[in-house]
Design a protein around this ligand. Structure first.
Ligand code: HEM
Length: 482
């Protein structure tokens, strides 16, 4: 019935097959392309999502594919993407997550409606630019440690090979631990190690999302996940309660996300006049977990692909280093310095265009109008932003090429209809985008000051999606001391 309703409005797609929909073919094609690396090119869509790549070519920018019995309308038209993401009336809500996934995924990103609006209002001030300035020393210490470690590695022969994907996982975990918990950094690190393990277990047991009763079985994974959930609660509650007391006694730390969040919760004008006390301790626990989840892997991906891409394009690496040395010399960057790194910023934008870490999902709750289309209730909407980022109508014939120059006049002028969505769009745009960009600029500037690098012969180009866009076999790079 749904297929007919969509077809009548000109929305076509690969035919539905009983119970499986298109799932078998999606998996078969993904297995085939995923079994071998690709050539060193940025034309990654045919490898990353071969089924969708073919379907978009065959059926256009609005089409339907079937995940089992669930229709997923896939939209790569930038104007419709914006219409969906700008919608404030809740017509295109977030996907509901399963009770099992809630052991891992929580907080702002999963709320909708009034609850989301309240949480977002309270959390927003903690991410303002002037607050980010206060966190810069935390970013800087983590970068010092990274550079120190790498210098030791190249000390002997003047160069060495390393997998930067693993290195950046440590760096971004460290940065978010320091930035979120400041003086309670060691406890923060413990929390984030647990959260990391929880993520790995969640991926291993992913099938439980389809068979929810499996989560009640006393398997090793289930038991460990529940134990981690409990431990995280105890650790976070301890830090939060200590911090709340300190703030009430006038000892505010002011330089980390947790204090900013608690302070903004206490000072929220709408909390003062109502019985509703804003964020509860449980809410703050969830948000702290989410900062790690949302900010760790995404920023790791950005830095990793930047190193890979600059390894492939040594001229741009040289231009970026020239700028860094011109602006900074050998000193560590302060906040204003980072604002002067134009070429570095253009490079990061271009990497996020070609290798955006995530795509977006929404769903309709009712029959809903989108452009000229009426979507039935219960439809999933998939917005694969990487497809929009590769659209030659938007980015020109060189859409699959690495060309940071396209961002020289700013993000809004880089494409025909301002079609750049690595951080989403509209009211739910990434709250941590400035945080991520400052962190990435700081790390890249420090690396360029100290090292040159090239791709190792052992590197195999194989972008793949495991929640986020990752290098399937790691990102092996050869570092040279400058
Ligand atoms: C390169 C790095 C990053 C990328 C590409 C990225 C991307 C995104 C995207 C696309 C969304 C929108 C999701 C949607 O609309 O469904 C989002 C939301 C979010 N991001 Fe990020 N993110 C990054 C870094 C961070 C960091 C560093 C933090 C926190 C420290 C963070 C925290 C969040 C949160 C809390 C949300 C939910 C916002 C809401 O629903 O109101 N992100 N991010």
């Amino acid at each position: 019935m749904i297929e007919r309703q969509l077809k009548e409005q000109g929305i076509h797609g690969p035919p539905y097959r009983l119970l499986y929909g298109n799932t078998k073919e999606i998996m078969k094609m993904a297995r085939e392309t995923g079994s071998k690396p690709m050539s060193l090119s940025h034309d990654i869509m045919p490898r990353l999502n071969p089924f969708l790549h073919k379907a978009v070519m065959d059926y256009g920018k609005v089409m339907v594919i079937w995940y089992g019995t669930t229709p997923r309308v896939t939209i790569t038209d930038p104007m419709l993407v914006k219409e969906i993401l700008s919608n404030k009336s809740g017509d295109f809500g977030k996907m509901e997550i399963t009770a099992f996934a809630k052991l891992f995924l929580t907080g702002l990103a999963n709320h909708d409606g009034q609850k989301w609006a309240e949480h977002r209002r309270i959390i927003n001030p903690a991410f303002h630019l002037e607050k980010l300035k206060l966190m810069l020393p935390a970013f800087s210490i983590s970068c010092d440690e990274l550079i120190g470690r790498w210098e030791k590695l190249v000390e002997l022969g003047g160069s060495c090979e390393l997998d930067v994907y693993l290195q950046f996982q440590n760096l971004t975990g460290d940065v978010i631990s320091r930035a979120a918990f400041g003086s309670s950094f060691e406890e923060g690190r413990q929390i984030f190690l647990l959260q990391k393990e929880q993520g790995e277990l969640f991926l291993r047991a992913h099938s439980i999302n389809n068979f929810p009763w499996l989560r009640f079985l006393p398997t090793k994974v289930n038991t460990r996940m529940r134990e981690i959930y409990r431990q995280l609660g105890v650790l976070l509650r301890g830090i939060i309660e200590k911090r709340q007391k300190a703030i009430q006694m006038g000892n505010n730390f002011k330089d980390d996300l947790l204090s900013l969040l608690l302070e903004s919760n206490l000072n929220d004008p709408e909390n003062k006049n109502s019985k509703n006390m804003g964020l509860t301790t449980e809410d703050v626990i969830d948000e702290c977990k989410l900062f790690y989840l949302a900010g760790h892997e995404t920023t790791t991906n950005l830095l990793t692909w930047t190193m890979v891409v600059l390894g492939m394009h040594p001229t741009w690496q040289a231009r970026a280093r020239e700028e860094v040395l011109h602006v900074l010399g050998t000193k560590k960057p302060n906040f204003d310095d980072l604002g002067h790194l134009k070429i570095v910023t253009m490079i990061l934008h271009e990497v996020l265009r070609l290798y955006p870490p995530t795509s977006l999902l929404r769903r309709t709750h009712n029959r809903t109008k989108l452009g000229e289309i009426f979507l039935p209730s219960g439809i999933q909407l998939f917005l694969p932003i990487n497809f929009v980022h590769y659209d030659p109508e938007q980015w020109g014939e060189d859409a699959t090429e690495f060309n940071p120059e396209r961002f020289s006049k700013g993000v809004s002028k880089a494409s025909k209809d301002n079609s750049y969505f690595p951080f989403g769009w509209g009211p739910r745009i990434c709250i941590g985008q400035n945080f991520a960009m400052v962190e990435a600029k700081m790390a890249l500037a420090r690396i360029l000051q100290h090292f040159s690098f090239e791709l190792s012969p052992s590197y195999s180009h194989a972008p793949c999606t495991i929640l986020t866009l990752q290098p399937q076999y790691g990102a092996q790079v050869i570092l040279h001391k400058l």
